[in-house]
Design a protein around this ligand. Sequence first.
Ligand SMILES: *[C@@H]1O[C@H](CO)[C@@H](O)[C@H](O)[C@H]1NC(C)=O
Ligand SMILES: *[C@@H]1O[C@H](CO)[C@@H](O)[C@H](O)[C@H]1NC(C)=O
Ligand SMILES: *[C@@H]1O[C@H](CO)[C@@H](O)[C@H](O)[C@H]1NC(C)=O
Ligand SMILES: *[C@@H]1O[C@H](CO)[C@@H](O)[C@H](O)[C@H]1NC(C)=O
Ligand SMILES: *[C@@H]1O[C@H](CO)[C@@H](O)[C@H](O)[C@H]1NC(C)=O
Ligand SMILES: *[C@@H]1O[C@H](CO)[C@@H](O)[C@H](O)[C@H]1NC(C)=O
Ligand SMILES: *[C@@H]1O[C@H](CO)[C@@H](O)[C@H](O)[C@H]1NC(C)=O
Ligand SMILES: *[C@@H]1O[C@H](CO)[C@@H](O)[C@H](O)[C@H]1NC(C)=O
Ligand SMILES: *[C@@H]1O[C@H](CO)[C@@H](O)[C@H](O)[C@H]1NC(C)=O
Ligand SMILES: *[C@@H]1O[C@H](CO)[C@@H](O)[C@H](O)[C@H]1NC(C)=O
Length: 686
Amino acid sequence: MGSEPLPSRLLRSLFLFFLLSLICGSQAEITVYHDNNQAAFTTAPGASYTGPHAYDPTSLTPPPLPTPTVLTTIPINLQNAGTPNLSIKQKGSFFGFSIEMSVTNQVLGKNSSLIQVPFLNLMANIVQRAGSVMVRVGGNTQESAKLVDDGVIKNGRVLTKDLTGVTGRTQTPPLEFSRDLLYMMRNVSGLVNVHWFLGIPWFVTQPFDLKIIPAATEILGDYLLGFQAGNEPDMYSIPSHGHRNSSYGPYDYLGEFSDLLTQIDATGSDPTGQGKSKLIGPNIANFAWTPEMVWDTGFVDQFNDNLAYLAVEKYPRDNCNATFGGPGAIVADPQTLLPLYLTHDAHTQLLQPYLNSTMYAQTKNKPFLMFETNTGSCGGFLGISDSFTATLWALDYALEMAHSNFSGAMFHLGGQNVFYNVGPTPSLPLPFSSLPLLFPASPFTSPPTNQSSFHQWTVGAIYYSALVMAEIIGPSNNTQVLNYGVAGLSSFTPIYGIYENGTPVRVAIMNYLDDPTGANDVHAIISIAGATMPSSVKVKYLAAKTVVQKGGYTWANQTFGGNFESDGRLMGTEEIQTVNCDTTAQTCTVDVPAPGFALVFLNDDAFTEDKGAPSMTFATTAYTKTHNTATVDPSVLSTSNGFRKADHPIGGTSKPPSAAPRTAQAPLIAVGVVIGTIVAMLGRAL
Ligand SMILES: *[C@@H]1O[C@H](CO)[C@@H](O)[C@H](O)[C@H]1NC(C)=O
Ligand SMILES: *[C@@H]1O[C@H](CO)[C@@H](O)[C@H](O)[C@H]1NC(C)=O
Ligand SMILES: *[C@@H]1O[C@H](CO)[C@@H](O)[C@H](O)[C@H]1NC(C)=O
Ligand SMILES: *[C@@H]1O[C@H](CO)[C@@H](O)[C@H](O)[C@H]1NC(C)=O
Ligand SMILES: *[C@@H]1O[C@H](CO)[C@@H](O)[C@H](O)[C@H]1NC(C)=O
Ligand SMILES: *[C@@H]1O[C@H](CO)[C@@H](O)[C@H](O)[C@H]1NC(C)=O
Ligand SMILES: *[C@@H]1O[C@H](CO)[C@@H](O)[C@H](O)[C@H]1NC(C)=O
Ligand SMILES: *[C@@H]1O[C@H](CO)[C@@H](O)[C@H](O)[C@H]1NC(C)=O
Ligand SMILES: *[C@@H]1O[C@H](CO)[C@@H](O)[C@H](O)[C@H]1NC(C)=O
Ligand SMILES: *[C@@H]1O[C@H](CO)[C@@H](O)[C@H](O)[C@H]1NC(C)=O
């Protein structure tokens, strides 16, 4: 790529833009949704886009610096070929998202004709860098979700949750969803290259509710990656969960998996055959069972034709007491936990129990996924999950998973007041109610209440990790990752070599330390045995003033701003540093602030070798301009925001309806806004 003359590309872009405008123009119902009698288009809140606001930067105190001091002048002696122990080949879509099924109507859109533009933009950012993105729709709420007939759910909604039990069900509130949820997902994929995971409800197995299989395979087709067979089955037998008795073990799960296949055949539920070949197991939380306990049942061999992926789910710790603990529960103190999120060793320890399984999965030729994870289950920790700490933590975690031969990891978005179908009723409000609807750990959050008419989305700390990871791996499908060991290296400065075809192309360097004096900046001295060092290298920085900063982080000087400031597109001018190398010593020295992260591009090909790679925008800035200016109508953007929570009290947030009458309509959604992005991508791909 890169050889076609620019004017011809621009013409092609414009042509496509008009084409797409025509197509979309003919589907007028997609564009605008009125907010009662308010004007459909209001003035764009331009003022909120001029730069980061003042944040409360210090809700927690950064951990003290280590004494004695650690190695900060670090030799990185790469070799041009023959490096041992590189990971399996990774895809740029490695870092995906997991969206709790009950909040999909806030995150993806209201229905198939009202899609959230910020969500599309957020996905488009990843696709631009990685080629595609993986999104899982599921979680605990998938386990009792029922696909109901068209027309059962009223008012154009795709899901409801019966909190009052008015339909006389004996069980705790099930989620009901319509086929339109699946159409909404399919429509998202038509605009940005999102591929989906779903789950088969597993609490009741006699009989299984199989309706999702024919519906999703038909509607999503190739955009369906797979169906989870059970979500954390090793937690089913916890007495308070009560879904299985205490003797429930891996062999019982194996039996249920077998029953599923039998029932699918008996009911003709898989007309395309896709369902039975795209199953995902065992999805355990490493709680009651180890992965080996499942492998040792012969699970993978027995269901070799059915298993598209093997998967586990793991959070480093939980914050469930804060929500579900009840009186007297011990709630963790984020300040105490903070240092545990600022060290590489936490990741190696968390992942150690899976290394045997990722090697095992390779022998069985199955990709191995981290299906659901985040800083902490039950919403994460205030001050950690919503700060730069989480950005660094999740990026290091994803890189270490890639190094450890996982094939992808889905970071979870919940929503405030998500009622899980288990355990005690949560105590409300949550400790972080100053940010309504915002689970601090969520990679991104749609705005709360009717503020949506002037506030936009909050792009959380972990979304930046996703964006940067997409760029680290890139779209070649051929990228290998190596956690680079250096004698004397501390746990505060992890380093990764990124390889294409066995040759180092990028270096990822993290600095978890927090020292504004500069005394703990990393000086990484990079050399490559067997290759001539270039005269300079390009570097992109992920930056914040301190690890406890909330919002306003920058990636190469661009940002999504602070709370409720984003439409899902990066703001600001991209800034790529050029670092001159020492051609005599054959080294390039890259500094990484404390805290910070640097991605070093070892050659220009690291930018330009693949279509869709971020380098394309470096090399062809006109495209960036087309993308950022020519095709975006700010008056449309100002209306492209979330839904009134009040409009769907029994929908996504699962907050019980209040006494007040709810008559307001959802605000405005315009699919057209993403067209610019799509055009830029198409133009590049053609
Ligand atoms: C490769 O990895 C294995 C397992 O982690 C380790 O024992 C071995 O020393 C590594 N080999 C090299 C050359 O680093
Ligand atoms: C990942 O898999 C590769 C290829 O099998 C292997 O060489 C490497 O040691 C593995 N890495 C880890 C951390 O297990
Ligand atoms: C989506 O919701 C809007 C507003 O409620 C409604 O007008 C429209 O018909 C719905 N679309 C679908 C496909 O249900
Ligand atoms: C969205 O989904 C509906 C089905 O509800 C379909 O009729 C429509 O064509 C889709 N729109 C786009 C843009 O794909
Ligand atoms: C546990 O459940 C299994 C399968 O349903 C059943 O066969 C077994 O008798 C149960 N055990 C107890 C102690 O209830
Ligand atoms: C690795 O997993 C395999 C398959 O379960 C098992 O047979 C083997 O004992 C495990 N090895 C270790 C060291 O745990
Ligand atoms: C939750 O609180 C209980 C006491 O009610 C305590 O035993 C438990 O350790 C706490 N869990 C966590 C993760 O802090
Ligand atoms: C938002 O809702 C509150 C309470 O219902 C109301 O007082 C306020 O005027 C609304 N604001 C807007 C901008 O609609
Ligand atoms: C990477 O793999 C995906 C399928 O997973 C494929 O659609 C895409 O074309 C591949 N990209 C390249 C550059 O080969
Ligand atoms: C960084 O971005 C800001 C806006 O966020 C812009 O004012 C500034 O010029 C940019 N810096 C460079 C060097 O481009």
